[in-house]
Design a protein around this ligand. Structure first.
Ligand SMILES: CC(C)(COP(=O)(O)OP(=O)(O)OC[C@H]1O[C@@H](n2cnc3c(N)ncnc32)[C@H](O)[C@@H]1OP(=O)(O)O)[C@@H](O)C(=O)NCCC(=O)NCCS
Length: 230
């Protein structure tokens, strides 16, 4: 299959945006990843052509060219995550398998300066809804290292199902790492993932004491998890 139905596309929810990664993002990608190299190192798959940190712009241009080629081949959707229009990170729906599977894997990272605002769950919800409703995918996985509490919270807050451990699945930070497989199929979110995320956040806000202190069970609506909190 070539070309994906529903690609390229730009998606927005409040201040959070997803837009196709473009060649002129190479500069922002380079400076952001250099600034965040220690933040990303424990979680980013090792990619021989895309070091976590490089002073040269060339590997970043090469990476963008590679993922844009995958998009043309119908096997990836590489987005820049934006916040109030500024480059804030990346979200890629990749490893797309068509045929009887119609499955994919979502990967993401965000500049540490933007962490804790609910940007990533909002971006994942936008992407998943688009994949299920417009693109025609049926199953999306997020594979996350057991040690990655922040990323597991993203999957848990969105209601991804935990399906088990994939032993030594990806090479990260010098070794083959186990990953927990989280997944959703389109049947799991008949109301849409963004609607679910908004609802859970609103419920959490309503359950929050007036002084704003947290209470047990209010995790989905904690200030850090509100969709696209400014
Ligand atoms: C995982 C990641 C994408 C989450 O993005 P985010 O936009 O901050 O997501 P959220 O705002 O929903 O926060 C998720 C969790 O991060 C943690 N968190 C919140 N603020 C944080 C901060 N300032 N710094 C670090 N972690 C923080 C909290 O545990 C939060 O969960 P909670 O809402 O239950 O409190 C981001 O932490 C990141 O880019 N990490 C490095 C790369 C990475 O791990 N990628 C994913 C690989 S599977």
């Amino acid at each position: 299959m070539s070309r994906i139905r529903g690609w390229p596309v730009t998606l927005n929810e409040g201040p959070v945006g997803l837009r196709p990664l473009r060649l002129r993002d190479a500069g922002a990608l380079r400076t952001t990843r250099i600034r965040n190299v220690e933040w990303l190192r424990p979680w980013e798959p090792t990619h021989p052509e895309m070091p976590l940190q490089s002073s040269s712009i060339a590997p970043y241009i090469a990476m963008i060219q590679a993922v844009r080629k995958e998009a043309r081949q119908g096997i990836a959707m590489p987005w820049a995550v934006t916040y109030e229009g500024a480059f804030a990170g990346q979200l890629t729906v990749g490893a797309i398998v068509w045929g009887s599977a119609r499955s994919a894997q979502v990967g993401y990272w965000i500049d540490s300066a933007y962490a804790g605002r609910g940007i990533t769950p909002t971006a994942v919800a936008l992407a998943v809804d688009h994949c299920f409703l417009a693109v025609g995918l049926h199953r999306i996985e997020a594979n996350i290292r057991p040690e990655n509490r922040a990323s597991r919270r993203v999957a848990e807050k969105l209601g991804f199902r935990e399906e088990g451990v994939r032993k030594r699945q990806l090479h990260i930070d010098g070794a083959w790492r186990d990953h927990i497989c989280y997944a959703l199929t389109s049947e799991d979110v008949p109301e849409g993932l963004l609607a679910r995320w908004r609802r859970r956040s609103d419920e959490g806000e309503r359950g929050r004491p007036p002084d704003g202190t947290s209470s047990p069970g209010d995790t989905p609506g904690s200030p850090s998890s509100r969709p696209g909190r400014p």
